[in-house]
Write a protein that binds this ligand. Structure first.
Ligand code: DX5
Ligand code: ZN
Length: 213
């Protein structure tokens, strides 16, 4: 299995002082997870690429597009803003191969995500093109929801199919559910509430890491 990575999600951080918030987790985070919501694919809206441009950190930015049919120029905005990886949703794109190819062609890591109710079969044809698969463990759109354990067989099947692939889980991840996901095959753990919702963020990350030992 590839290396374990912890990706605090800034959805649960104080965006008015985002660079201070990120500084608190910087030493312990492998990625910074940035949720982009368009009000169409999911009801809420969040930040845009102009906001992402203002983020100052050495930690790679893991951009999760919960966006309906993102265009090349829209994706380009996040590439220019410094994204290290960009994830698109299978359910949001008519032909996700188009977006994944564009991302790859621009030298950025590409990933595809499926919602809890979407079968793994839907993305098998894209596995050759991606560096990571994001298995949503809650319905996309909001922080602080409960982890949906019936998503775990998808992680298990995917890990068997692709031993070297980054498999990310996102939603309701805390030390306990991180352990469950890890045992199912996930190695990249997004954590919003269980990191930025805590006073001592470095300790919160260490707690997740300890649960993965
Ligand atoms: C939800 C987002 C998540 C969110 C997770 O749609 O994709 O990244 O920040 O938040 P928690 O960890 O609180 O479930
Ligand atoms: Zn996310």
């Amino acid at each position: 299995m590839p290396r374990i990575k912890i990706a605090p999600s800034i959805l649960s951080a104080d965006l008015s002082k985002i660079n201070d918030e990120i500084k608190e987790v910087e030493k312990h985070a492998d990625l910074i997870h940035v949720d982009i919501m368009d009000g169409i694919f999911v009801p809420p809206t969040t930040v845009d690429s102009d906001f992402v441009k203002t983020i100052r950190t050495k930690v790679p930015l893991d951009v999760h597009l919960m966006v309906h049919e993102p265009s090349d120029s829209y994706i380009r905005g996040f590439i220019d803003a410094g994204a290290y990886s960009i994830t698109v949703h299978e359910e949001a794109c008519k032909n996700p191969a188009k977006q994944l190819e564009f991302i790859k062609r621009n030298g950025v890591r590409s990933a595809i995500s499926i919602k809890p109710g979407t079968a793994l079969d839907k993305i098998k044809k894209y596995l050759k093109m991606v560096d990571m698969v994001l298995i949503m463990t809650v319905e996309p759109g909001w922080a602080g929801q409960k982890f949906i354990e019936p998503t775990m067989p998808k992680a298990r099947e995917l890990r068997m199919m692709r031993p070297g692939l980054d498999i990310e889980v996102d939603g309701g991840i805390n030390p306990y559910t991180a352990r469950i996901s890890f045992e199912a095959g996930a190695n990249v753990f997004v954590a919003g509430t269980s990191v930025f919702g805590k006073k001592d963020r470095p300790a919160a990350i260490k707690e997740i890491l300890n649960a993965l030992k």
